[in-house]
Design a protein around this ligand. Structure first.
Ligand code: TYD
Length: 137
């Protein structure tokens, strides 16, 4: 599992002058079964979130409104994504350190997740994450 396993997923978009519509039909569009949905909002402009990795959790992260950046880090490589379209989701596989920053004010970040919340699934310490990924080199 590396950052090359993470990717932008183009979701269906029904364009209409009266407003666009996007839908997600579970495993038709994303590579896991959705067990949880949560969202970040009222993040101060320029704010930062994240700073952790998950042992098993898979996620699809969508900028429902506004924009923000996500930096993915597998301990060897890093990549920065700018999310600003509600028909694009960033798929994040397990064992990837992520930081979210550069939030525009009023933005909403929705996350579809493959499991319920479980603190045991988190690495919140970067050094511990690196040891788990690459051993005590
Ligand atoms: P956390 O995942 O650390 O958020 P972020 O990475 O965006 O800063 O979660 C923040 C707090 O919310 C933490 O105390 C755990 C709690 N939480 C839940 O209770 N349920 C959830 O589904 C999530 C995502 C977080």
């Amino acid at each position: 599992m590396s950052i090359s396993d993470c990717k932008i997923i183009d979701l269906p978009k029904i364009a209409n002058p009266q407003g666009n519509l996007t839908f997600i039909e579970g495993e038709n569009h994303i590579p896991f079964e959705i067990q949880r949905v949560y969202y970040l909002y009222d993040v101060p402009g320029g704010g930062e979130r994240g700073g952790h990795a998950h042992k098993e959790l898979q996620q699809l992260i969508i900028a429902m409104s506004g924009s923000f950046d996500i930096v993915l880090d597998d301990g060897k490589d890093k990549i920065r994504y700018h999310l600003n379209r509600s028909y694009n989701g960033l798929y994040v596989c397990p064992m990837i350190w992520r930081e979210l920053d550069n939030f525009s004010s009023g933005s909403v970040c929705m996350v579809l997740a493959s499991n319920r919340y479980d603190e045991i699934d988190y690495y919140r310490d970067y050094a511990e994450f690196m040891r788990a990924r690459w051993g005590a080199e």
